[in-house]
Design a protein around this ligand. Structure first.
Ligand code: TMP
Length: 216
């Protein structure tokens, strides 16, 4: 939990991992405890960041342009929505955050991770009362799903966007990117086997949040 009492939880995984229903379930569980919940997503969450999302998801560009655009969207999202919500004491549930950039642009596209780290520091530095710090989620729930199963789930679903249309190999690299991020910050992450039944996955999500004392 942040010093202000706000709580920041992000949800990650390759396309098709099935995050959405569980994010909604957690929002209901927190609201049932009387907590104010801000539900949001990346890229997106503000009018400007949603415009950038549409460009990133639909236009062809190189990996650096993609990385700069998702971080520009993130900056606006943090300034306009996330930081004010945390300052009010909200629970912020964010469908994807910076780990997605390390996984997709870093792992999937092969873009330089050290440049992503620099951008992360620039964009996410927050002025604290005593010292500046880098805003990170308090918890990241990684829905880990084998790329082959995700591909089966996505086949026949709605028209794929630029990322959903990528081959299985791309998503294997994205998963490797998530794994690296988890290994670098193991206490921030919980890794959930997303190929279990929906009920089993939900129980794992709930247990992770309860285990940190944030829900009864
Ligand atoms: P989604 O919100 O439907 O999951 O779609 C967002 C897509 O954008 C998804 O394919 C992952 C991708 N993405 C990136 O490539 N980099 C990022 O930093 C973020 C947040 C998402």
């Amino acid at each position: 939990m942040t010093t202000t009492g706000g709580l920041f939880i992000s949800f990650e995984g390759i396309d098709g991992a099935g995050k959405s229903t569980h994010i909604e379930g957690l929002a209901q569980a927190f609201r049932a405890q009387g907590r104010a919940v801000t539900l949001t997503r990346e890229p997106g969450g503000t009018p400007l960041a949603e415009k950038l999302r549409s460009v990133v998801l639909n236009d062809t560009m190189d990996a650096m342009t993609e990385a700069l655009l998702v971080f520009a969207a993130r900056r606006d999202h943090l300034q306009q929505l996330i930081e004010p919500a945390l300052a009010r004491g909200d629970v912020v549930l964010c469908d994807r955050f910076t780990d997605a950039t390390f996984a997709y642009q870093g792992g999937g596209r092969g873009f330089d991770l050290s440049i992503l780290s620099i951008l992360e520091q620039w964009v996410q530095t927050v002025r604290g009362l005593e010292a500046d710090f880098i805003r990170e989620p308090d918890l990241t729930v990684w829905f880990d799903l084998p790329a082959e199963i995700a591909a089966q789930r996505l086949a026949g679903a709605r028209t794929p966007d630029k990322f959903e249309a990528q081959p299985v190999e791309f998503f294997k690299s994205v998963s490797d990117g998530y794994l690296k991020r988890m290994l670098a910050s193991p206490s921030r992450f919980v890794r959930i086997q997303a190929d279990n039944t929906r009920d089993a996955v939900w129980l794992d999500v709930l247990t992770a949040v309860q285990g940190r004392g944030w829900l009864p």
